[in-house]
Design a protein around this ligand. Structure first.
Ligand code: UD1
Length: 418
């Protein structure tokens, strides 16, 4: 179990580059199961979750070669198995994304049931209901979910919630089906759109991407392609918060601000301004003039739940009372007791965190309970007086590539220790 040792209070300045989006990479990698041939993927972040997905693809028989730091060649010469094992699905829920492509390509899949996770129960009922509506028969046995379909037939489907991976799984299942599939109340996240753009480059006919009504006209065949993954908007948001709290001397590079509209607007409300120059963004921020605010997490284009924890650190630095309401996951405030150990004054009632600032963050020994909770504690550590020891950093490495090296390069005193 690794830890980060952070000496807070250093001046941070310089260029902080943003990696490719984890949540676009995972479905796009899974999607290489859908058609035989050779794919080239660029801007793939070097992350634990990506390694797990690559292992899973290798388990199915794909050959994967790293051809540059963030580029992969993926050869699909046919699948050796249609079963995703417990060892890989249990360590990463997004492994369930192989179900859609396997069903589309081979009409059959057996995937170990994903368990609960640190931030909530996270059922997959909407994925399964959608597969059934497309004509698949679903069975649950011995901890596995089996899906079979002779022919998937296009259908108009309503998703009870705009689930991100659910929408992705259903798009992938529908692309090779007969007829037209319409997904109503679909997820609008940029990562869903990126998967759709990748599939369209392969020959799929998908329209309405980025809206809540996605239309998929089934095609006979798909062809592999070369594709560049979009930048990670959550990582960009994390770095912009860090910049706002450390004087604004960080240039965050490789940002698509169009993917961060709600985040940008709420930060502007607080008193933070953005200087955007192409894909480089710098914040202009004077901590003394920040105003408290209330934020609600919502599906895209609402405020992202994946930036909730990091934003709470920002709100904790502002004089007055702010509120953060979490509506996507039921158990996503596990960073709050850790922040309170570092000096914050945050109370939780139901799904609302009431944050009383300003906080004089002090270094402490704390624990990363999930990926974004970990990121928020790194920010808190970097703005604290003295030393923070952050345990369970495996969670952070699932989603942030070479974080220590990138932060060291802008002047942070952070090191990894076993
Ligand atoms: C994705 C992201 C994750 C992000 C989340 C919400 C990936 C790999 N992960 O996760 O980083 O935090 O979107 O933006 O892209 N739900 C159901 N039934 C289902 C599916 C979901 O009830 O069949 C519920 C979940 O329990 C949750 C809500 O819907 O309360 C949103 O979940 P969902 O959008 O599916 O999140 P993920 O796709 O798992």
């Amino acid at each position: 179990m690794g830890k980060y040792i952070i000496q807070g209070g250093k001046t941070l300045s310089g260029v902080l580059p943003v990696s490719g989006a984890k949540n676009a990479t995972l479905p796009i990698l899974a999607c290489t199961l859908i058609a035989e041939g050779t794919y080239f993927l660029n801007n793939v972040p070097a992350l634990k979750d990506v390694e797990v997905m690559i292992k899973l693809l290798e388990h199915f028989g794909l050959k994967i070669e790293k051809i540059a730091q963030n580029s992969y060649k993926i050869i699909n010469n046919g699948l050796q198995t249609l079963e995703a094992p417990y060892e890989l699905v249990s360590i990463m829920r997004a492994s369930f994304l192989v179900m859609g492509p396997l069903l589309a390509h081979r009409g059959e899949a057996r995937v170990s049931m994903p368990g609960g996770c640190a931030i909530g129960n996270r059922p997959i009922d909407i994925h399964l209901k959608g597969f059934e509506q497309l004509g698949a028969t679903i069975k649950t046995e011995h901890g596995f979910i089996s899906a079979k379909a002779k022919n998937l037939i296009g259908k108009e489907i309503y998703l009870d919630f705009p689930t991100v991976t659910g929408t992705e799984n259903l798009i992938m299942a529908a692309v090779l089906s007969k007829g037209i599939t319409i997904l109503n109340n679909a997820a609008r996240e940029p990562e869903v759109e990126d998967l759709g753009n990748f599939l369209n480059k392969m020959g799929a006919k998908i329209t309405g991407l980025g809206t809540d009504r996605i239309i998929i006209e089934g095609v006979e065949k798909l062809f592999p392609c070369e594709y560049n993954i979009i930048p990670d908007r959550i990582e960009a948001g994390t770095f912009l918060i860090l910049s706002a709290l450390t004087g604004g001397n960080i240039v965050v590079k490789g940002v698509n601000m169009e993917h961060l509209t709600s985040f940008k607007t709420k930060l502007e409300e607080i008193g933070i301004n953005f200087k955007i120059n192409g894909d480089e963004v710098q914040v202009q921020a004077d901590l003394n003039n920040f105003k408290p605010t209330n934020i609600i997490t919502l599906p895209y284009p609402g405020f992202p739940t994946d930036l909730q924890a990091q934003t709470i650190v920002l709100l904790a630095m502002i004089k007055g009372n702010s509120e953060m309401k979490e509506t996507i996951f039921e158990n996503r405030f596990r960073h709050v007791p850790e922040l309170n150990r570092m000096g914050a004054n945050i109370k939780i009632e139901g799904n609302v965190a009431s944050i009383n600032g300003p906080t004089n963050f002090q270094g402490a020994e704390v624990e990363a309970t999930d990926l974004r909770a970990g990121a928020c504690l790194v920010i808190a550590g970097l703005i604290s007086s003295n030393t923070t020891i952050l345990n369970n950093i495996e969670h952070i490495e699932r989603g942030y590539e070479n974080l220590v090296e990138r932060l060291q390069a802008i002047g942070a005193e952070i090191k990894k220790s076993e």
